[in-house]
Design a binder for this molecule. Structure first.
Ligand SMILES: [Fe+2]
Length: 655
């Protein structure tokens, strides 16, 4: 039986990360996100029409051969009067048969089905936590004897508090990952943590979040469907908070605590809530195997904490967030029809692939110089070891939020400058966001404490201190590393590439980031990959066995000093903000952690011996004064400065 699964239905404006899946006779043939094809990040409010059409083309399944249409619900869409007309619209758009069987799977069941049915567990707890779907933010239950038994549904989940704190720290929609990345730089603020603990907690024996009766929830957008439209979700930057709290105990935390400390406190509080919920379920059921779904489990730090601190075995699928809904719902339907588990637990490579003929014609059309090496893996390994940044495009595209070696940009993890170059030319990421490596699975334990295979890059590990100096570009400031483990079965070509790199350098891993420029989805087509090469975002492009060279010589795309200056600016800006609020002690505390050779006093900010800014002056002046020194155009006045300060300054310049 051919199953087409879609999320969402057409004309629903408050969805994101839609996708389409095709399953035939219990085999997952195809699953892909709409954003990759529409080129609009998160595919907000988009029906996965393109993803479905490309699926037909890739699998050879004709729309009229589809016998079962599966849709995942959002905001109880089955109960809405327009459900039938939306289904009809989908059928018309995709030329599906009129008499097709239609199934609507509840949002959280689709999350759970993906987690359970691709897990190695015969019996387990399933638990979802997300920002909302079907007016719920999660559920949990037990999977036993091939049946799902839901025990509890809840309206508020820890995921939502993470989003609340993300907005408090000044981030926009879909930037939960940034809050997590920034958390490594801050410290837990006792007053904010105390307030959070006093007002939000996990109910006894439950996974639901309870709120203090003194507080009132103020929904500002996604839960007031009348108040939201596609436009308001699309304004990703500086969006108002989705949710806020009112009542006498509410404090304006954003003006009292720096964003880094909000992030550190928020990550810690989120972990406390999730750990409590999981322990409650474990104690209640006695089951120690957990299949986890929902956007909350994109958080690699909690995934690692759960494994280490909750005494449970966890499984997190390839796409725990909403992108995985169409796959989960299709698997549930297939499982109910055949009673069989799918055969997709080891593969994330479910997207489209391109034949070599179409690639060579494109290369010729662009007048690009290329060669066909005997072994592309060996050629790329040598290029990486020579310090090149390589776009890598081979085979079926990955499904899910992470690039896993099919649409990746690769670099040498041994050079700290790799991440600056990738950042400058391609990603334009915030200074605090780390880069991740892909490591040969059999070497995981050598480099990481408590390593377990992570083919979907969904766990952070602590790097063994004795190995840290080997891979400076792949380590976050807190000493952790979000690694993808690669074995020969999952991706033979990528495995061979990393093996060759290990042979040349002695380091069995490469830096692996997604193949996309800042703000756009991962590349979907060879043409988009070529555009990146033409724009100088990568030094070389390896595509379907060809090594492609840029039209002009590689330009010098970034320097260490550029990045150091930008990082310094971000820190000093916050110091200035604290100083404007007359929080001198807080500014001094902050400075202690960042180790910049600057001082603050009531008068302003001094760099070494020179005052570079006084409160009331525009921040632009601070920036230009700082950059004057940081980029080396002007030597600081050091004659009167103590040598320890000078040393500190030189170290900073070198970082
Ligand atoms: Fe969801």
């Amino acid at each position: 039986m051919a199953i087409l699964s879609l999320y969402p239905l057409p004309g629903i404006v408050y969805t994101h990360d839609g996708s389409a899946t095709l399953v035939s006779e219990g085999n997952v043939l195809y699953s892909y996100e709409e954003e990759r094809l529409s080129r609009f990040q998160h595919a907000i409010s988009e029906f996965p029409e393109k993803a479905a059409v490309v699926g037909f083309q890739q699998t050879g399944i004709h729309p009229t051969q589809v016998e079962s249409l599966v849709v995942t619900s959002i905001e109880n869409c089955l109960a809405r009067p327009d459900f039938a007309s939306r289904v009809q619209f989908a059928k018309d758009l995709l030329l599906l048969r009129d008499d097709i069987d239609v199934t609507c799977v509840p949002h959280h069941m689709a999350h759970s089905a993906l987690a359970v049915l691709t897990s190695p567990f015969d019996e387990c707890v399933f638990l979802t936590m997300d920002g909302g779907g079907d007016y719920l933010m999660g559920h949990w239950g037990v999977f036993r004897e091939k049946a799902f038994h839901v025990v509890e549904e809840f309206k508020l989940s820890p995921a939502h508090f993470f989003t609340y704190l993300m907005k408090l720290a000044g981030f926009s929609n879909f930037e939960e990952g940034k809050l997590m990345g920034l958390s490594a730089f801050g410290k837990i603020d006792p007053s904010l943590l105390g307030w959070l603990r006093d007002h939000f907690w996990i109910q006894d024996g439950s996974a639901a979040v309870a709120i203090s009766p003194k507080l009132r929830l103020k929904w500002l957008s996604s839960f007031h469907l009348d108040a939201i439209d596609a436009g308001s979700l699309r304004r990703a930057k500086y969006a108002p908070r989705d949710v806020d709290f009112t009542g006498p105990p509410v404090i304006d935390w954003a003006s009292r605590v720096s964003p880094v400390d909000i992030a550190a406190t928020g990550q810690h509080f989120f972990e406390l809530l999730v750990l409590r919920a999981v322990k409650n379920i474990r104690d209640r059921t006695g089951i120690e195997q957990f299949a986890l779904g929902g956007g909350a489990f994109l958080n690699v730090l909690i995934n690692e904490k759960l494994r280490r601190e909750a005494n449970i075995s966890t499984y997190i699928p390839v796409a725990p967030h909403d992108a995985g809904l169409s796959l989960g719902a299709a698997l549930l339907k297939s499982h109910e029809s055949t009673g069989q588990r799918p055969h997709c637990e080891t593969s994330a490579y479910l997207g489209p692939k391109f034949d070599r003929g179409s690639v060579t014609s494109l290369l010729a059309a662009h007048g690009l110089r290329y060669e066909e090496p005997k072994d592309i893996a060996t050629s790329v390994a040598h290029a990486l070891a020579d310090g090149k940044v390589v776009g890598f495009f081979h085979g079926k595209a990955e499904f899910g939020a992470r690039a896993l070696g099919a649409r990746s940009v690769l670099a040498d993890p041994r050079l700290e400058s790799s991440k600056f170059r990738v950042n400058q030319a391609l990603k334009k990421r915030d200074w605090f966001m780390p880069y991740a490596p892909a490591i040969l699975e059999e070497h995981g334990n050598e480099f990481f404490e408590g390593f377990v295979p992570t083919p979907y890059m969904n766990m952070a590990f602590r790097v063994r201190p004795e190995k840290a100096h080997l891979i400076p570009a792949a380590i976050h400031v807190d000493g952790t590393c979000r690694a993808q483990s690669v074995n020969e079965i999952q991706n033979p070509l990528f495995y061979r590439l990393i093996s060759r790199f290990a042979k040349i350098t002695g380091v069995p891993m490469v830096l692996n980031t997604s193949f996309n420029r800042h703000g756009v989805p991962i590349v979907a087509t060879p043409r988009q990959a070529i555009e990146h090469l033409l724009e100088g975002s990568v030094d070389l492009l390896a595509i379907e066995g060809y090594l492609v060279f840029p039209l002009i010589g590689t330009r010098e795309i970034a320097t260490l000093a550029d990045d150091t200056a930008n990082r310094a600016w971000d820190h000093v800006k916050w110091v200035a903000r604290l100083l404007e609020g007359e929080k001198i002690d807080a500014a001094r505390q902050y400075l202690k952690r960042i180790e910049l050779p600057i001082k603050v006093s009531q008068k302003g900010i001094s760099l070494l011996t020179e005052i570079i800014w006084v409160p009331g002056e525009p921040l632009d002046k601070l920036k230009s004064n700082l950059f004057r020194y940081m980029d080396g155009r002007q030597t600081p006045k050091i004659a009167n400065g103590p040598s320890s300060v000078l040393r500190k300054w030189r170290n900073w310049r070198r970082r």
